[in-house]
Ligand binder design. Structure first.
Ligand code: ATP
Ligand code: MG
Length: 192
């Protein structure tokens, strides 16, 4: 387990069809080696003042950055895998995506058949770990699927709304009445 408990990574997606259709300009440069995102000022038109300060690049450094050609498996191996492996060692862990609509959260977490995302890769990693254990060890892997929107919690499988966050000595923090599903090797149907 790394010494830092929280890591922030940034992934930039390519311009989409709508953006290229009106000649939108990419103003982001991704420097993976330095883990930096460079935001360049957009080209100016002749009518705008040529203020040199507006040409200054803004540079932001993160724990890791991924460019437009990155594959989901690269993000998994380089950033998410250590988090999932920590879970197999008994740590609690959380991976979440944040960003405006259309920025690529679902693409990163769920992915596509040919480029499966973090959720599928995480389950693969956990099942791979389980397969290395002796038969005398029994592991039960359960999954739940919730949405938190406007501070309301909804079970996305049962559609039960307004679930409450509770805390108990035995369970720690948990969501009451949340449905849970035991996961098995059916995960293989999502693979090529
Ligand atoms: N890294 C990427 N490479 C190629 N295409 C991408 C990438 N990220 C996202 N896209 C494409 O951009 C579109 C929007 O992505 P996505 O649906 O993942 O956004 P989102 O953040 O989940 O949006 P919302 O908040 O509306 O759910 C999709 O068509 C997706 O295939
Ligand atoms: Mg989405």
């Amino acid at each position: 387990m790394s010494t830092e408990n929280i890591k922030v990574i940034v992934r930039c997606r390519p311009l989409n069809k709508r953006e290229t259709s009106f000649n939108a300009q990419n103003i982001i440069t991704v420097n993976s080696n330095a883990a930096q995102i460079i935001v360049n000022s957009p080209n100016k038109t002749q009518t705008q003042n040529d203020n040199p300060e507006e040409h200054i690049q803004q540079i932001f450094t993160f724990d890791k950055v991924f460019g437009t050609q990155s594959m989901n498996i690269d993000l998994f191996n380089q950033s998410f895998k250590p988090v999932v492996q920590a879970v197999t060692q008994g740590y609690n862990a959380c991976i979440f995506t944040y960003g405006q609509t259309g920025c690529g959260k679902t693409f990163t977490m769920t992915g596509e058949q040919s480029n499966v995302g973090c959720i599928v890769n995480s389950f693969d990693c956990i099942f791979d770990y389980i397969s290395t254990l002796p038969n005398s060890v029994q592991i039960i892997l359960k999954a739940s699927y919730i949405e938190i929107h406007n501070e309301k919690i909804k079970d996305l499988v049962t559609n039960l709304n307004d679930l409450q966050v509770n805390e108990s000595k035995e369970l720690g923090i948990y969501v009451g009445n949340l449905s849970e599903y035991i996961c098995a090797v059916q995960k293989l149907i999502y693979k090529k």
